[in-house]
Design a binder for this molecule. Structure first.
Ligand code: SF4
Length: 402
């Protein structure tokens, strides 16, 4: 059996390169159509060709999300799109709709197919059903407990994938019409406006404008808001249960998020594979996962409902660090060319992070433009020269603690 796979999101080409550099075995991206993330920086056909080149060069895998449910009248459009995609020779498509799968079988019969979590696979019989239709891998419904995952794995030969980290919906495996009902923008068409995260209040109908205080703090109560998933402490159980692919959510998250989360799961997976018997979760990994923007973490339904997933009183994002820059290159003297993402100044303390859990704090010294002109501030998108710690490499990121 091949080693387990760490699968990371690629919201755009830059994030794809980051995910690969920070340890993903595979990445998943959306094209311009039928990919359920209409608001993400989706890949054009040319960008997908480039993405394929980058992943192949590193011996990694690239999957394309095609997990929308087609409506009558979209078939011809979809068929044309699939025909364009065929020549890109991507490693697999992530699909959900039997109609789209049928089209794919006609247009591109040999292509590897993975079933999206949107298809709600919750038992071994369903997994076997999909395997017999030619599906190679199933991303299980998020509602399953560890025990249920184990039971599915015992009863099917299909490869299994689960989400281990990232945002959760309160809807059944992402099937939800709340956004469609309130804003006309359907989550099932990739247009979710996330109304489950909005701030709601109660109002009695004869007293318009008078909102009843149900909030836990001055910001109101987020009745439908879900915590974020984090299963870093349970990778051994998931792998022993028969899961092959560990998936990180977040095609719309930042480059820093992709780097910081992927490198932690890479470190954990490598540690486990090197010595499964003596594996323990390193507290540093949990600390690092706390340094990305997130809602309070939860174990989802992995252990049933013992860990409440809805968290009305404490829905705010935690954000302890700002992403301030990307190292583009480093010369032999340790002088780096950095592209700013947030403002930073000489004398400030920053932290440089890189693949393999490299991280080192340093104080920013002199800043200069590429032509050597001194600068007193690094602005977002500006390219500046500065001294960085020994061992820094292109692709490393700079962050600042609040
Ligand atoms: S409204 Fe919330 S629960 Fe519904 S699809 Fe969007 S994020 Fe998920």
């Amino acid at each position: 059996m091949s080693p387990p796979e760490l699968l990371a999101p690629a919201g755009d080409l830059e994030k794809l390169e980051t995910a690969l550099a920070y340890g993903a075995d595979g990445v998943y991206a959306g094209g311009e159509q039928f990919g359920l993330r209409a608001l993400a920086g989706n890949f054009s056909l040319e960008q997908l060709a480039r993405a394929r080149e980058l992943t192949r060069r590193r011996g990694k895998r690239l999957y394309l999300t095609l997990n929308a449910y087609l409506k009558p009248g979209e078939t011809d459009d979809c068929r044309r799109y699939l025909e364009h995609l065929r020549s890109l020779d991507l490693d697999a498509y992530i699909v959900a709709d039997p109609g789209l799968i049928t089209l794919l079988r006609e247009v591109d019969p040999g292509r590897e197919l993975h079933l999206s979590t949107q298809a709600n696979t919750t038992n071994a019989e369903a997994a076997e059903f999909w395997r017999r239709t030619g599906i190679r891998r199933v991303n299980l419904a998020r509602e399953l407990t560890l025990e249920e995952i184990r039971a599915v794995a015992a009863g099917t030969r299909v490869e299994l994938e689960v989400f281990v980290h990232g945002a959760l919906c309160v809807a059944y495996s992402g099937r939800c019409l709340l956004s469609a009902a309130l804003t006309g923008r359907s989550a099932n068409r990739g247009l979710c406006t996330q109304p489950c995260r909005w701030n709601y209040a109660l109002m009695e109908e004869t007293r318009p404008g008078q909102f009843l205080a149900i909030e836990e703090d001055a910001r109101g109560s987020y009745l439908l808001n879900s915590r974020d998933l984090c299963l870093i402490e349970h990778l051994p159980e998931l792998l022993a249960a028969g899961v092959h692919s560990l998936k990180i959510e977040g095609r719309m998250k930042s480059r820093y998020y992709v780097a910081a989360v992927t490198r932690v799961y890479r470190a954990a997976l490598d540690r486990y594979l090197a010595d499964p018997v003596n594996y323990v979760c390193d507290p540093l990994w949990l600390e690092e996962l706390d340094k990305v923007s997130h809602r309070p973490y939860s174990k989802g339904f992995l252990f049933g409902t013992e860990d409440p997933q809805l968290h009305p009183g404490d829905a705010r994002y935690r954000r302890s660090h700002d992403f301030v820059g990307v190292v583009l290159r480093v010369d032999e003297a340790g002088r780096a060319l950095v592209e700013g993402r947030n403002r930073f100044f000489p004398g400030e303390e920053l932290e440089l992070i890189g693949p393999g859990m490299r991280q080192v704090r340093f104080t920013v010294g002199l800043l200069a433009a590429e032509d050597g002109t001194p600068r007193t501030v690094a602005q977002p998108n500006a390219r500046l020269l500065l001294d960085v710690p020994v061992g820094a490499q292109a692709g490393d990121l700079l962050r600042r603690e609040h």
